[in-house]
Design a protein around this ligand. Structure first.
Ligand code: OMP
Length: 271
């Protein structure tokens, strides 16, 4: 999917919602456990109920690969269910020496046909560029993450007072463009999102951390939105575990709709 197509979906749906698929056998409703593939049944219903409000889905690969070979099969089936006009993100946080990254890219872009993958920048240019060589596919590079551990490295300043995440943003823009490179910027980072926006005015940001991690959607929009929205805001647990009972699909729909309605207002305000 191109950047223009993504923006057009955002306008069509008045939404920049990414629904995170983090399905956990210990958290999904108990009645699904007797199904042949409980994780598939869970994700199927979540997708069916939320697709009207979402412009992206982000399966978190850990939740599938933890189930072994069957988990990978489930991931493939779930990915096929996602409507073709909705952007797909393999949240795999990969990155390795060049020839290994190339095969990670083949796995997620060719074997599984994801539109994008999350990538860690730590190993540098040759670990990231193999992912950027695929047409109409995207790298979503970790810049400023939502977790407390982001303080350990990402905010460390160099001798000129520049935090490491800023060097990641500057350097990586030599490798990709706003047409194939996005950044992960945590919703829990408030006004720092504005600093990231100054350094990457045109790039899309994948913003996790609203909902269960407490980030504010209105702050994210205030500091992060650009003229083509430039935001995909993810919520996983806040949507998919809105209810632990048989009505989980409807509860997820309600949460997704509430976020979309808030997003519609923010798009009208800032676009
Ligand atoms: P919830 O907190 O349940 O909405 O889930 C957040 C999702 O986003 C999880 O799948 C995380 O792995 C992911 N995530 C973060 O929470 N923080 C980050 O900084 C980056 C990610 C990510 O790359 O998606």
């Amino acid at each position: 999917m191109t950047r223009a197509e993504l923006f057009s979906q955002i306008q069509k749906k008045s939404s920049f919602l990414c629904v995170g698929l983090d399905p956990d056998l210990e958290k999904i409703p108990a009645h699904l456990l007797s199904e042949p593939d409980p994780i598939f049944s869970f994700c199927k219903q979540i997708i069916e109920e939320t697709a009207d409000f979402a412009v992206a889905y982000k399966p978190n690969i850990a939740f599938f690969e933890a189930l072994g070979a069957k988990g990978w099969e489930t991931l493939a089936k779930v990915t096929e269910l996602i409507p073709k006009d909705i952007f797909t993100i393999a949240d795999a946080k990969r990155g390795d020496i060049g020839n290994t990254s190339k095969l990670y890219a083949k796995a997620f872009f060719e074997s599984m046909n994801f539109d994008s993958i999350t990538v860690a920048p730590y190993m540098g240019k040759d670990s990231v560029t193999p992912f950027l060589e695929f047409e109409n596919k995207w790298v979503i590079l970790l810049a400023l993450t939502s977790n407390i551990g982001s303080l350990d490295f990402q905010l460390i300043e160099d001798q000129n007072g520049k935090p490491l995440y800023q060097s990641v943003l500057e350097k990586s823009q030599e490798w990709g463009s706003p047409e194939n490179l996005m950044y992960v910027v945590g919703a829990t980072r408030g006004e720092l999102i504005g600093e990231v926006r100054k350094l990457a005015p045109d790039h899309f940001f994948l913003v996790p951390g609203v909902g269960a991690q407490g980030g504010s959607l209105s702050e994210v929009a205030k500091y992060g939105m650009n003229s083509t929205c430039g935001l995909l805001v993810n919520s996983s647990r806040g949507i998919i575990y809105a209810s632990g009972e048989k009505d989980f699909g409807k509860a997820a729909r309600k949460e997704a709709q509430m976020l979309q309605e808030e997003m519609k207002v923010l798009l009208e305000k800032y676009l």
